[in-house]
Design a protein around this ligand. Sequence first.
Ligand code: PSV
Ligand code: MN
Ligand code: MN
Length: 406
Amino acid sequence: MTDKAYALFEEQQQARGMDLNKIKSRLKALQIETPSWGYGDSGTRFKVFQKEGVPRDPFEKLEDAAQVHRLTGLCPSVAIHIPWDHVDDYGKLRSHAESLNLQIGAINPNLFQQEDYMLGSVTHTDPAVRRKATAHLLECVDIARATGSRDISLWFADGTNYPGQGSIRQRKHWMLEALAEMYSALSPDMRMLIEYKAFEPAFYHTDIADWGMAYNLALKLGEQAQVLVDTGHHLPGANVEHIVSYLIDEGRLGGFHFNSYKYADDDLIVGAINPYELFLIFYQILDAAESGEQRLIDAVNSIAYMIDQSHNIEQKIPAMIRSVLNVQTQYAKALLVDHREVAEAQQRGDVLGAEDAVRRAFEFDVTPLLHAVREEQGLPVDPMRAYLDDSYGQRILVRGKGGASW
Ligand code: PSV
Ligand code: MN
Ligand code: MN
């Protein structure tokens, strides 16, 4: 059945001139980092529901992440969050990851959960609070060295709730000051990824509210500073794929935090709400990769794809499997765009032809392609089914309730 479906798919795509070997090798190279916090208990400000079998410590979070990688072949690294994932010996955490065929990925500092930070962390009016916050950023650089991580992802809850609450300009300067101190502590192969968010938890102004502010900081800091696009952090109606394309062209797209939202950032499963947006993001990335320009190819190759979700009511491991499979599916569809056909339509001013050439790729069923790729990689053709049929989900129930949480 699979063979027949793939034969038909192959025939259909070869007739369009698609190079299936190239498409397959790109699919096999896709890597998506999963976040340690997506395996623990997390939720909304209304309630954190406790699930049975949730990891009790960072070591067990890695063990769950290893299952996702084992079944999908897509997730060789795991982002950690400090101090949620604090351990006395980060070398030991790194070795544990390696023993599970994983690597520790991006380090995420936490500057939003202490009383001291109520009015800001690196932008607080009190120099002692700013120092404490900057010291934590420097600590995270040291942790990245110990874990062998290239990236440090920076998200700040800093902002204000009311007009006049803080000096927006002064806070802008303090933000740059802290980031500059951290930047100078980076090793040459490290990157700082600057995340932005339109609002929440601050509801009047956020110190890094959009990609332009993050980009401006990155430009001032240097080439190791890059912008992190969290797909859930935009105001409704934002054209995220435009932002993506712009940042790639500027050589400043460091990576993604993938998730979905319907009304505002809620860390829902990526691809669950607007798969076409995700497809169009990949279309822009692949358009740059296909340009033949080395600087764009390099920019695309250094993009870190990461999931950033807080599963609230879902079972954690299956939710993560669903998430990475959704990303893989939209990537596969975007690989079916015929860029030459689009370019020719653009050249002729054929608006409908160009739109059709892009959308048609989205409308193909890529299931036979993904099954064939997984078979070639020795992976289960249906990783979700394989997880549900496996005993791992049952075995971890001995951990009981009340595992690691926010
Ligand atoms: C808060 O919005 C947030 O979801 C940001 O996206 C961060 O990346 C994440 O938490 C982890 O700190
Ligand atoms: Mn994020
Ligand atoms: Mn977020």
